[in-house]
Design a binder for this molecule. Structure first.
Ligand code: TGC
Ligand code: FAD
Length: 394
């Protein structure tokens, strides 16, 4: 397949750039240039082959996309949440799988090690994860427990200076290529705790999940623990209970809110350009009211979501964003992006189903993104609980 030329022009209908600092714009520019140079030309072929482009791990580390909000003394970027959001927007503009790799590494692996880990754990793992020398994954979901992780079966038992871990995790991004897995399991009292499981630990395996029609350029796998001896030094000392993994998810869901709008921006930009070039009935299809309705609604929803994300970023920077606000933004962005990708695909007609354009790949990716890190329904129920004070889960 011929490498695709990336003609992306970023939509900014409400002059949102005025809300950004020069540093924000520089960071966005550098990630945008990286995506144009290293991702757009190759990603379609990897997605078609259902292969993970392993070279991006080191590249994303070099670019500072792993743990941008982690302090620099541990190898992170020491940046604010708007910078982090912009990075995720640009990466997912290229492909959701690329953003997934960065989200998992930064928010689901580096963040818990930083926030819940011992100083030894921080020093041992964070610098190598920040550079991409090591890749990490996050194991919460199990074959029988997805939306309801509190019922997980994975467990560990005390055995002196180590514990014995048993169980299985499923649908784990990055699993097949990870050196490090942050795993959530129950102790003998039934409390959820986080453990760092390393690739070479005996009894630990990571079978690849095949046959996905979505997020095809991202590697997904299982984590299987068969009497794995995990040193007690690898258990997080500073958190117990489901708030540990859910706290990580709040950071990653924030990144997804920005990321999916990146995919939507790419689809809008592609559809807009196509609608001005493609002629039917003697004029560009963009001149027909039905296509203008789609494009006008796309840019309206993108603009609303960009504003919501920016405001959420400010609240994150101030340390006062609530997990429920993050849920609303994640849910809204996934819905907006899903609809925009589908409409863009329609505007491209038959060309929209091919790998000549990015829209079908984005559209299929959205089916994963609207499902993982809490499904669309789960985030609606989180908002419902927040506004009514009534819990629909129990
Ligand atoms: P619940 O009793 O409500 O809460 C248990 C404790 O956790 C606290 N909490 C949170 N803390 C931080 N951030 C959040 N978002 C939090 N949500 C809840 C809560 O305050 C409580 O604390 P404490 O101190 O009282 O113990 O828990 P529940 O069992 O009723 O569940 C609630 C529910 C359904 C909302 C939660 O389980 C949920 O969010 N389920 C969805 C599961 C999910 O999102 N899984 C994602 C797996 S990872 C993934 O998909 C990665 S994809 C990565 C990629 O490729 O990009
Ligand atoms: P289920 O929980 O079985 O839900 C099935 C349906 O029932 C959904 O529509 C859901 O909304 C609905 N439902 C469930 N409960 C309720 C309720 N109370 N009320 C109303 N409706 C309800 N997990 C990880 O731990 N780490 C990862 O890295 C990771 N990466 C992933 C990568 C991909 C590509 C995918 C697709 C998933 C990944 N996941 C990961 C798993 C993901 O988080 C789960 O798929 C998700 O949380 C939903 O769980 P489930 O698939 O078991 O669906």
């Amino acid at each position: 397949m011929a490498a695709r030329t990336d003609l992306f022009t970023s939509p900014d209908y409400f002059n949102l750039d005025d809300l950004l600092t020069e540093e924000h714009k520089l960071i966005r520019e550098s990630v945008r240039n990286y995506v144009k140079k290293e991702i757009s030309p190759i990603i379609e072929e990897y997605a078609q082959k259902a292969e993970f482009p392993q070279q991006i791990v080191k590249q994303l580390g070099d670019l500072g996309c792993f743990g941008p909000t982690i302090p620099t003394e541990y190898g992170g970027g020491g940046l604010d949440y708007i910078s982090y959001g912009l990075m995720m927007q640009e990466l997912e503009r290229g492909d959701s799988g690329v953003r997934s790799t960065a989200s998992v590494q930064g928010s689901l692996v580096m963040f818990p090690i930083f926030a819940y880990g011992s100083e030894e754990q921080r020093k041992k793992f964070l610098p190598k994860l920040a550079t991409g020398e090591w890749l990490g994954c996050f194991g919460l979901t199990e074959p029988n427990y997805g939306s309801d992780p509190s019922s997980m079966l994975s467990n560990f038992k005390d055995a002196g200076d180590h514990v014995i871990l048993n169980g299985a995790k499923m649908w784990i991004s990055n699993a097949p290529f990870s050196q490090v897995a942050v795993v959530w399991a129950k102790n003998e009292e039934g409390d959820v705790q986080g453990l760092i499981v390393e690739r070479d630990m005996k009894g630990f395996s990571t079978p690849t999940t095949h046959g996905k029609w979505s997020l095809r350029a991202s590697a997904t796998g299982e984590l299987v623990f068969d009497n794995v001896k995990v040193p007690k030094a690898n258990i997080f000392p500073n958190v117990k209970g489901l708030k540990g993994p859910l706290g990580c998810l709040t950071k990653a869901r924030y990144g997804i809110a920005w990321g999916t709008i990146g995919a939507a921006m790419d689809c809008y930009d592609t559809a807009l350009r196509y609608s001005k070039e493609r002629e039917q009935f003697g004029k560009p299809i963009g001149g027909f009211q039905l296509q203008q309705k789609k494009l006008a609604e796309m840019i309206t929803e993108i603009t609303k979501a960009q504003l919501l994300n920016w405001r959420l970023g400010v609240l994150m920077n101030e340390g006062i964003a609530t997990p429920q606000q993050v849920s609303m933004a994640k849910r809204n962005a996934c819905e907006v992006a899903t609809n925009i990708c589908r409409d863009a695909r329609q505007i491209l007609g038959a060309m929209g189903i091919t790998g000549e354009y990015s829209v079908m790949r984005h559209m299929m990716n959205m089916e994963s993104v609207i499902t993982y890190e809490g499904t669309h329904d789960i985030h609606l129920l989180i908002t419902g609980m927040d506004v009514t004070g009534l819990n629909a889960f129990k």
